[in-house]
Design a protein around this ligand. Structure first.
Ligand SMILES: NC(=O)c1ccc[n+]([C@@H]2O[C@H](COP(=O)([O-])OP(=O)(O)OC[C@H]3O[C@@H](n4cnc5c(N)ncnc54)[C@H](OP(=O)(O)O)[C@@H]3O)[C@@H](O)[C@H]2O)c1
Length: 186
């Protein structure tokens, strides 16, 4: 393998409908998925999944897929819960992996989160990541700082109350919204 690894834990289709393939996205995803299934069968990849998929993309994929996607990695943070997509994932046994769980840094100026972080004696990042876990998502935060990476995984010795979860749920639109994969110029 060119990556110089024996196997990959997880491999994803990044975008269901990129501009270059917009006239043939469903066939392209089907062909990619078949190749990914073969890589699973040969032991090169442990699990395969998708990213930024919505129901219409899954409907097409499921016409030919043999292996069900393990995860759907989507934009999820208190600013956008994407309930239609997460409910779809849940009802099909697909794990919702939350990318940009800190709103690409845009959550840090939200007063309600600052207030909760002070009350729980945690960082805003820890509050946002714990909120994600309590919703049943798998948050995927990014940091280039060793100390932040270390504190971003210290999430298992506290619990956010139901009332405070609801407060965080109400922050829709405050740090951006997910983009429509069929419209975005990507
Ligand atoms: N599948 C997709 O289409 C897609 C799209 C976008 C992103 N992603 C993936 O999702 C992951 C994360 O998304 P993201 O980079 O957009 O945003 P993010 O994880 O929501 O936020 C990253 C920002 O938060 C800062 N940060 C992290 N921990 C912090 C802490 N404890 N205190 C203060 N600041 C903190 C980082 O700064 P420092 O680095 O300076 O700490 C960085 O500026 C990445 O791995 C990315 O590849 C996937």
């Amino acid at each position: 393998m060119a990556l110089n690894l024996d196997y990959l834990d997880l491999y994803l289709i990044h975008w269901p409908n990129p501009v270059k393939l917009r006239d043939r996205w469903a066939e392209t995803n089907a062909a990619s998925w078949l190749a990914m299934e073969e890589a699973v069968e040969s032991g090169k990849i442990r699990a395969i999944g998708v990213s930024n998929f919505r129901k219409n993309h899954f409907d097409e994929l499921f016409k030919t897929a043999v292996i069900k996607p393990a995860v759907n990695q989507i934009f999820i943070n208190p600013s956008d819960l994407q309930p239609k997509v997460t409910n779809y994932n849940k009802s099909h046994g697909i794990l919702t992996e939350a990318y940009s769980p800190l709103g690409t840094g845009n959550l840090f100026n939200i007063p309600e989160l600052k207030q909760l972080a002070a009350e729980y004696n945690r960082s805003i990042a820890q509050i946002a990541l714990k909120w994600s876990l309590q919703h049943g998502f798998l948050p995927l935060p990014k940091s280039i700082h060793r100390d932040r990476i270390a504190t971003n995984i210290k999430l298992f010795d506290f619990e956010i109350s139901k009332k405070d979860m609801e407060t965080i749920d109400s922050l829709e639109g405050r740090a951006g919204l997910a983009q429509d994969p069929d419209q975005r110029n990507l």
